[in-house]
Design a protein around this ligand. Sequence first.
Ligand code: FES
Ligand SMILES: [Fe+2]
Length: 445
Amino acid sequence: MYAPADLIDDRPGEGVFRVHRAIFDDPGIFELEMQHIFAGGWVFLGLSSQARAAHDFFTTTIGRVPILVMRDESGALGAFVNTCPHKGARIAQTMQGNTALHVCAYHSWSFDSAGRNKGIKWKKAGCYEEAFDKDCHDLARLPAFDEYRGFLFGSLAANVMPLREHLGEVTKLLDLVADQSEEGIELIPGGVVFTFEGNWKLQLENCSDAYHFTSAHPSYLNILKKRKDSPDAAAPRSFWENSQPWSEEAKGVAGGSYSFANGHVLNWGLMEIADTMPLFERAGPLAARIGEEARNWMFNMRNLTIFPNLQIAENASSQLRVIRPLSANRTEMRTWCIGPKGESAAARRQRIRQYEDFFNPSGMATPDDTTSYENCQRGHTSRVQPWLQGYGRGMGASREGGNIFSDKIGMTPARNVLADAQLCDETLYHAYYREWLRRMQKACT
Ligand code: FES
Ligand SMILES: [Fe+2]
């Protein structure tokens, strides 16, 4: 039996940060994570645009707990535990839909889109006592539910810090997503759900892992090269075509990373504004609306993680990922291409083609990543060499606070690394595991 503190070796003064393999496959640790990381704090639920009209709903989870988010008759969004007060059956069984009345499939109790109980089958004949009538038969609302610019978060615990405080400086990075259209962003139809035989934190880390890109994705890179050498009019032009200029301003910087309070991180790369990017058609109006610096940042490659379960990858195309842990060694991913509402048909087509190239189980990169997670999970069964060495790159380059690039959008991270093309910082994982330990220890006391 491991205690959470046994699994992180964090000695910054000595230049040491190591993670124990058991963090990825110990069932006892997984149970604690469900309780204290997922049930004990803010978790991303979805976008408000997933329930635009009255009575629209979508389902998700907080850890293993089923959640139902609905827009009621008056237009207000509500988030509920997706379980019947009668005998506990899941009420909504599809990922999304529209209904003014949810009828439980087990004994037909019914609920409106505000979660109010509207009917108890054969109630009069049920010989209920008065105490039953005094009970509330409505669906249970989440103790905490809030929104930041269309990003919906909920918590099964009431005693969480305000959402704005949980997000902190990362709101400036969510703004770079939300501001891409005056109407906000949307999930593009064609979302994909898949599972892999590995721990959820392998996905958490991979989104921030610049080091694996040229090693794990040779098929994608080779095809991009072939297309460049002999252009094929039918193939999508690569997102990367005019990518990663070295910054003259910062002498050879190609990007880097930012870590924030509460476990959020960004891995990013400098990019030029190029017509290969679907957002190109908006480059001028965006600069006028949000300023040139924020606009320029929107065109940078950005992999953002909002701890513990939301990732927005704006590289190769644009993807929103929700991580759903199933067990210590099994994870479900829900992924969508995202795009600004109202973009032109040509830009949307380009975005989707670039997306299909790279993402999805049928794309050229996602299977490389999931196969690597499964290889790691198999390797983690060993305790012969228990401490992993994948957290040391960049420790000598990590600095407190922000830098000239974060200053451009008035953002103050807790730490930053400025990297050339080969540094590929690994210190941003420290933010995940420090937050992980903080919550797990709080849980244990
Ligand atoms: S469990 Fe829902 S009506 Fe019985
Ligand atoms: Fe990858």
